[in-house]
Design a binder for this molecule. Structure first.
Ligand code: CA
Length: 342
């Protein structure tokens, strides 16, 4: 039994229908002693069948997934749905409005708050609610990301290399159903407590993305995110329709790449003005220049090189040009057949 402090007007046991409401997270501020933070939530149930929890806005400044889910909220009816679809277009509305990664209310990175704390900060309370109320209901957990303002990604669906092989095989198929050119096995190099990690630990089929990055979202990225998501929901068996294979969509096989080693993630050795020197998707060899740090106060200083540590392709680049020492500035990934991995 959950000891959550969060209230909702949604009845999760209703056998059929579309309910639009919210989660109310207790949040006291100087002009609102008994206030709450509202997280919009929509539950669409067509009948018995798979339960899919679909979310975006885990980091506020990552918008393509938020747009895609807002559209589904208005478009889908119980007639379109087999089983249950739970939509949370934005997990972190204050961060989304402020265009920030972290919550302006508690300063937390929501994606480091799992499994959460029932009487913690707003981010910790919401993480606890997801971990103890929503994840246990779901078979599939979808969390749509981008690189936000800090990174630019080769648009991709991605996943952890989960140890359970049955779960892994289903996640590989679901990840490929997103129909991105590149599919990416990633590792956690910046702390623990991620949403997907907790959902995976509970045995869920977890589907995540990095749909580009930066504040500008090109129309092609929105289209790719919405079309990929639609195909994934059909793949999960929760939305009616015929799943498209890559071949039917006019695409070649997905290119699987992995960055499972900490060295695959490149960090700024000094603070300064960063120049990206390799394009997303560009092949690089060991020692190639990925980027370099310049010094606006020291024009006489040679820039500091950031090099590829091994052969691979560039899957992520630095977003803002000003970097601080220790900021991630690039990720180099390597071709892999994920079905051959132990
Ligand atoms: Ca993100």
């Amino acid at each position: 039994m959950s000891e959550t402090q969060i209230h909702t007007d949604i009845d999760y046991s209703q056998p059929r229908g579309k309910q639009c409401g919210h989660l109310a997270v207790p949040y006291s501020h100087n002009l609102g002693g008994w206030a709450n933070l509202r997280i919009p939530l929509c539950l669409i149930r067509g009948g018995p069948g798979p339960v899919v929890l679909l979310m975006a806005g885990n980091h506020g400044d990552e918008y393509p997934g938020q747009v895609a889910i807002l559209k589904l909220w208005r478009e889908l009816t119980p007639e379109d749905v087999m089983g249950t679809l739970i939509l949370i277009p934005c997990l972190n509305p204050p961060a989304s409005k402020a265009a920030t990664r972290l919550s302006p209310l508690d300063g937390r990175n929501f994606n480091r708050c799992f499994p959460g704390i029932p009487n913690g900060t707003v981010s910790e309370m919401l993480a606890h609610y997801l971990s103890t109320v929503l994840f246990p209901m779901a078979e599939y957990v979808i969390d749509l990301h981008t690189g936000g303002r800090s990174m630019d990604f080769l648009p991709c669906a991605h996943m952890h290399l989960v140890p359970d092989l049955k779960q892994r095989v289903r996640m590989l198929a679901a990840t490929e159903a997103f129909l991105t050119e590149t599919a990416f096995l990633y590792a956690d190099v910046a702390g623990a407590g991620l949403l997907p990690t907790e959902a995976e630990r509970q045995g869920k089929i977890v589907i995540t993305t990095e749909m580009g990055g930066g504040e500008t979202v090109r129309a092609t990225i929105h289209r790719q995110c919405q079309a990929g998501l639609h195909n994934v929901l059909i793949h999960c068996g929760v939305v009616r329709g015929k799943e498209k294979t890559r071949a039917e969509a006019g695409l070649g096989p997905a290119r699987w790449v992995q960055a499972l080693d900490r060295a695959d993630y490149r960090f700024a050795p000094e603070s300064g003005l960063y120049e990206n020197c390799a394009e997303l998707g560009e092949p690089v060899r060991k020692g190639d220049l990925l980027g370099q740090v310049h010094f606006i106060e020291r024009p006489d200083r040679e820039p500091i090189r950031v090099e590829a540590h091994a052969d691979g392709i560039v899957v992520a680049n630095r977003g803002p040009s000003m970097v601080g020492q220790g900021d991630c500035v690039a990720c180099v990934a390597h071709d892999v057949d994920p079905r051959e991995l132990p």
